[in-house]
Design a protein around this ligand. Structure first.
Ligand code: F6P
Length: 567
């Protein structure tokens, strides 16, 4: 039976309609124990979810939805290494990367735990070599800079974590990232680097991603030009690969001992805990990388063991489902009040949207309900001066996650209190709003006349009732970051289970990749008759401009649309 046919689904639908007429202020007034009831303290943080549009009855029914959707069984299957990524026929075992499986699992006759530990040991050796200055480039100079070439899951996690752990850097090797095939990014990074002391990490699960491989080939050419040496030699000395396809990395020319592997059972967007996290270990030290894994493992244990009503990822997933699927609020804002977490929204955007942006149920049918959220956001303070106007006064409701930490990540006096006060004020303002009466009183107190008050009041009213979670970390450390990221990972999994979709494949990104490969040669030449008129026109414009012709009349015959049609 599909989840939307269950009686609990209908009940939640009715409750959602009723909830739209209720105010968050009244929910607090009517339930004095609400803040304590709807919050959860874990070793690393306090999760306050009391500023959400739900009451205890809704919460109970959401928990029943999770039970009726067989969440406990799916969770057991996940940790037992069952092939829950059914469309790709494999298990999903990123918790194994942080040593958090209740029991070892075999994959292709190999112990998963043993494979993970072996690879971590190899990573550690490389990091120690780099930090000790024992890794050298072609001229014998020590490696001082590392450039990670990778995109999506092979980029966002490592860079997000390094930014987040800025207060925990170790060693003096600088780490840079190039993800875009737009050569401007690689050019900008290489400008500041010395070819003799730069190491490239080609990070790609498949080792076929065209953007990454193009950047890798350009980086190699840069080394060849600077050194005058053969590509084969440079690849062996100044390239490292991180991949689930070691054969392809070796065929590319990377030395076998410099190929670090992860496995098919790690999804790209869940791979920062694997060798993909090598840049994190280089920038922050291997011990901090371990602490990151340990923090995530503590969240794995919590997710596995805590009862559903005290289970942070389950609660976050139920709230997200409540808003997206039942209340009709499709977007969710991630608002870190911590500069170091400035890449978290982008990271979670991939993790959540690539996982739950789906419309086919596990049974292969079209869903008849809304699925996962549109994730967006940026650091809170900058957002306040940009898009918070929309959050406060547009007719749309965008549930938000506020994330801050008690301890500042710097020594400057007076900053952190302002930052946290702003975070608290924003969630309060979104919740309470300002009524017409309150606006009237405020304007009267300022001495405005009745007519002016009447004229201005509608513009100053904030309807309020805008829900949010607040995650208040004790401090932003490798451990708490690990727990925070794993919290969201499991939230995504739980939401997918409830929505009866497969969260661990990403067929939706394949279509565009294939089309791009077909269109690339057509930018130069070829028949455009099979293309839609818009795409053909854009390509023709591109050809015309690159040929130096200003107008269609100046175009060579072979390049006009008519000529193309005639071919
Ligand atoms: O964007 C699609 C995707 O397949 C992501 O899932 C993945 O993280 C990214 O491309 C990079 O893939 P790879 O690591 O194989 O280069």
């Amino acid at each position: 039976m599909t989840i939307s046919q269950l009686p609990i689904w209908q009940q939640l639908q009715s409750q959602a309609e009723a909830m739209k007429g209720r105010s968050l202020r009244d929910l607090f007034t009517g339930d004095p124990g609400r803040a304590a009831h709807f919050s959860l303290e874990l070793p690393e943080f306090l999760l306050d979810f009391s500023k959400n549009l739900l009451d205890r009855d809704v919460f109970v029914n959401l928990l029943r939805l999770a039970e009726d959707g067989e969440l406990p069984r799916w969770r057991d299957d996940f940790f037992a290494g069952q092939p829950i990524n059914a469309t790709e026929g494999r298990p999903v075992l990123h918790p194994a990367l942080r040593g958090a499986l209740p029991r070892d699992v075999e994959f292709n006759d190999q112990s998963v735990m043993a494979a993970v530990e072996c690879e971590l040991g190899r990573l550690k050796k490389l990091v120690v070599l780099l930090h000790n200055g024992d890794l050298t480039g072609y001229s014998g100079k020590r490696i001082t800079d590392v450039v990670n070439l990778g995109v999506g899951g092979s980029h966002l996690g490592p860079q997000m974590a390094i930014e987040a752990l800025r207060a925990h850097r170790k060693g003096d090797v600088a780490v840079h990232f190039v993800s875009n095939v737009d050569g401007a990014q690689l050019t900008d990074v290489l400008v500041g680097l010395d070819a003799e002391s730069t190491l490239f990490i080609v990070s790609s699960k498949t080792f076929t991603t065209s953007e990454t491989m193009t950047n890798a080939r350009s980086a190699l050419r840069w080394l060849e030009q600077a050194s005058g040496l053969e590509a084969a030699e440079l690849l062996k000395q100044q390239f490292v690969a991180v991949t689930a396809s070691p054969e392809r990395a070796q065929a590319f020319g990377v030395a076998p001992e410099r190929v670090f592997r992860f496995w098919d059972w790690v999804g790209g967007r869940f791979s920062l805990w694997s060798a993909i996290g090598l840049p994190i270990a280089i920038a922050c030290g291997f011990e901090n990388f371990r602490a990151l894994l340990d923090g995530a493992a503590s969240m794995d244990r919590h997710f596995r063991e805590a009862e559903l009503e005290r289970n942070a990822p389950v609660i976050m997933a139920l709230l997200s489902t409540w808003y997206c699927t039942f209340m009709g609020y499709p977007a969710q804002a991630i608002l870190p009040y911590e500069q170091a977490l400035h890449m978290l929204p982008a990271y979670l955007q991939q993790a959540d949207m690539e996982s739950n942006g789906k419309s086919t149920t596990r049974a292969g049918a079209e869903v008849d309900y809304a699925t996962g959220p549109l994730i967006w956001g940026q650091t809170g303070i900058n957002g306040q001066h940009a898009f918070y106007q929309y959050l406060h006064q547009s007719p749309e409701i965008v549930p938000a996650d506020f994330i801050g930490s008690v301890a500042p990540g710097h020594d400057l006096q007076g900053h952190h209190e302002i930052l946290l006060a702003n975070m608290l004020a924003q969630s309060q303002a979104l919740m309470n709003g300002v009524s017409a009466e309150e606006v009237g009183r405020e304007l009267a107190a300022k001495g405005l006349g009745e007519a002016e008050i009447k004229r201005l009041t509608p513009f100053k009213v904030h309807r309020g009732g805008k829900p949010s979670n607040t995650i208040l970390l004790k401090e932003l450390s490798p451990r708490s970051l690990g727990a925070l990221v794993a919290l969201y990972e499991h939230k995504i999994f739980v939401q997918g289970v409830i929505l009866q979709i497969f969260s661990f494949d990403q067929w939706g990104v394949e279509l565009g990749k294939g089309l791009a490969a077909g269109l690339e040669p057509k930018l130069v030449q070829g028949d455009l008759a099979a293309e839609d008129a818009s795409t053909a026109q854009l390509i023709e414009y591109y050809r015309r401009v690159t040929a130096g012709a200003a107008t269609p009349a100046e175009m060579p015959e072979a390049m006009t649309a008519d000529a193309a049609q005639a071919m």
